[in-house]
Design a protein around this ligand. Structure first.
Ligand SMILES: Cc1cc2nc3c(=O)[nH]c(=O)nc-3n(C[C@H](O)[C@H](O)[C@H](O)COP(=O)(O)OP(=O)(O)OC[C@H]3O[C@@H](n4cnc5c(N)ncnc54)[C@H](O)[C@@H]3O)c2cc1C
Length: 348
């Protein structure tokens, strides 16, 4: 199947790219990923308070439903009347995962890239692989926050447990509460500093000791000097406890084997993010040591491969916010349009 522009992902960045690309008559095709994650990270939160345009806040799932509807409508609207009559949503979006992207080495063929997807299982339980050809790709596959799988972690998710302090820290539910932050890197330390503005006190729980803190010296100094923040070393969380919301965490010191329960009114993960970029291993796209797509120094949505662009958290490890992902989607669509306009190939 030949496509003018393929957008991979179905979060804020992907849908924004689709809206702008459709308006620019690029006829984008979205490979949205498996059904259960359509909408991206925001569908895992009930409470988005800082996305402009929603003064009362909005449920993340509802917000992403609006993104999707708007994207699909723009894809359909951008077509001629005739085409609209023959076109359905499914001509513009499929719910498959991309498993591989690589250069199309057949010189005679006018498309530069091959994109392979897995597909829904058929009745015989086999995976069907689809192959797409294109000259232009926007990768908007985001990242996932690392979480624990201890008892209580899933049932109390969104009930005082979050992986985004910048997004949720100012929520009244955390005001003047004791808040636990997990991790020992810059994210955990910066989250603790941020949360100290709202919580009564903050406890950072780290599985290693002080000598193995990964946060930089500046953050360490700020944390150690902040009277609201204390640290617990060499400890792993073994359960998160509570009924309707988190009330405490139970931790085990792996040096002394001592088990302690700490009461808290909130828990934030600061144990890293994993970008969804493994399918790019054969593409030639440069990834950093953590798997984030390396941004071009001048135009942040360009990658080192001409024709492959990126938007959102898959290449943005600094901000990781929906507004930034959306802005990058806009930029990627404009860059993709310019790139395709300058491409001297005839495609259908
Ligand atoms: C709990 C939580 C709460 C948050 N709250 C806020 C908030 O209040 N405000 C805010 O600004 N930000 C918030 N964020 C951050 C925000 O969600 C992200 O910055 C934003 O979602 C990034 O958008 P994205 O499109 O880059 O990636 P994502 O939202 O991660 O979307 C990536 C998409 O790509 C798809 N995908 C992945 N791999 C593949 C593949 N191989 N093939 C096809 N598709 C694939 C996924 O299924 C997903 O749909 C929150 C994050 C979390 C985790």
């Amino acid at each position: 199947m030949n496509k003018n522009l393929i957008i991979i992902g179905s979060g804020v960045a992907a849908y924004t790219t689709a809206i702008y690309a459709a308006d620019n008559n690029l006829n984008p095709f979205i490979i949205a990923g498996g059904f259960e994650w359509t909408g991206g990270q925001l569908i895992t939160t009930l409470d988005v308070q800082n996305y402009p345009g929603f003064p009362e806040g909005i449920n993340g799932f509802d917000l992403m439903d609006k993104f999707k509807t708007q994207a699909v409508n723009h894809c359909l609207d951008a077509l001629s009347e005739d085409a609209i009559n023959k076109t359905t949503e499914s001509d513009h979006i499929v719910y498959n995962n991309v498993i591989d992207v690589y250069p199309n080495i057949d010189d005679k063929f006018p498309y530069k890239f091959v994109v392979k997807t897995d597909s829904l299982l058929d009745s015989s339980d086999t995976t069907i692989t689809d192959t797409y050809y294109t000259n232009c790709i926007v990768v908007a596959t985001g990242a996932t926050a690392n979480k624990l799988t201890v008892p209580g972690a899933t049932t109390l998710w969104n009930k005082g447990i979050s992986s985004c302090a910048t997004c949720h820290g100012s929520n009244p539910r955390y005001r003047n509460k004791h808040i636990v932050v997990l991790g020992g890197g810059n994210v955990a330390f910066e989250d603790a500093l941020y949360l100290s503005k709202y919580g009564s006190n903050i406890t950072i729980i780290y599985r290693k000791d002080m000598q193995n803190v990964k946060a930089n010296k500046v953050n360490q100094k700020k944390v150690f000097m902040n009277s609201k923040i204390s640290l617990v070393w060499n400890s792993n969380v073994i359960s998160m406890n509570g009924n309707d919301e988190i009330e405490s965490v139970t931790i085990k010191n792996h040096i002394t084997n001592e088990i302690t329960t700490i009461e808290c009114g909130g828990l934030f993960y600061g144990i890293g993010h994993s970008p969804s970029s493994s399918f790019l291993k054969n593409s030639g796209v440069e990834l950093d040591s953590e798997g984030y797509i390396v941004q071009d120094k001048n135009v942040r949505t360009k990658t080192n491969v001409d024709g492959i662009f990126s938007a959102g958290d898959v290449s943005d490890k600094r901000y990781r916010q929906a507004t930034v992902a959306s802005a990058m989607g806009t930029e990627a669509a404009i860059e993709a349009g310019e790139y395709l306009a300058n491409l001297n190939v005839v495609t259908e």
